[in-house]
Ligand binder design. Structure first.
Ligand code: PCA
Length: 204
């Protein structure tokens, strides 16, 4: 099974993004039954979605898992839906702040992620890593790339499964935040994602 795994570069004044770290860790593992391709996406409303679609067209994966940071979440969050809305609380890394705009004019209101989300969550939980299913990927880049990807795959009538997983802060990020905030170690996140990839390969 060919899997494309993506992360995002750092944003919002943080020095790192846990998703980029996890992608780099997983790129070094070899997992039975999986041909893994990776990409790091810019936090940029134009270049981020474009880089993801380029990688999909280049690698022709059977499944895509996009990763991103959701500082403040307590668990690995497997997203179930992407909505047709951009509404930024902060600017992207190119300084653009988009408010109340559709991602695709006249596109459907939402797409469901097509990964086997419950099976992935059960597998991650079984190895002792905190995980949850989430009904909101937000209205920033993570939601935008997911919606853009699901829209593209739907237009292409592609069988490729796709979805998004948000990660908590790393401990080194949480210590920089004044209020008490949850974090998860890179080792624990990597175990969770390795387990998710193995579960995905078993579903194919
Ligand atoms: N998280 C942001 C964008 C990049 C990232 O890692 C989000 O949740 O939209």
């Amino acid at each position: 099974m060919r899997v494309l795994l993506t992360g995002f570069e750092a944003f919002g004044g943080q020095p790192v993004n846990p998703s980029e770290r996890v992608v780099h860790r997983l790129a070094r593992h070899s997992l039975p039954g999986i041909e893994l391709h990776t990409a790091i996406l810019p936090v940029d409303h134009e270049q981020g979605p474009a880089a993801l679609l380029d990688a999909v067209e280049h690698f022709r994966p059977d499944a895509v898992i996009c990763l991103g940071e959701a500082g403040g979440r307590m668990r690995i969050s497997i997203e179930r839906v992407a909505i047709n809305l951009l509404d930024d609380r902060i600017p992207d890394n190119a300084g653009r702040q988009l408010v109340d705009q559709p991602i695709v004019a006249d596109g459907p209101a939402a797409y469901f992620c097509t990964l086997p989300v419950r099976r992935l969550a059960a597998a991650i939980q079984d190895v002792g890593v905190p995980v949850e299913l989430s009904l909101s990927a937000g209205t920033f880049l993570c939601n935008q790339v997911t919606y853009t990807l699901l829209h593209y795959l739907s237009q292409q009538h592609a069988t490729c499964r796709a979805g998004f997983i948000h990660l908590p802060f790393l401990p080194e990020q949480a210590v920089r935040v004044e209020r008490p905030v949850a974090s998860m170690s890179l080792e624990t996140m990597t175990l969770g994602l390795t387990t998710a990839l193995q579960a995905l390969a078993q579903c194919s």
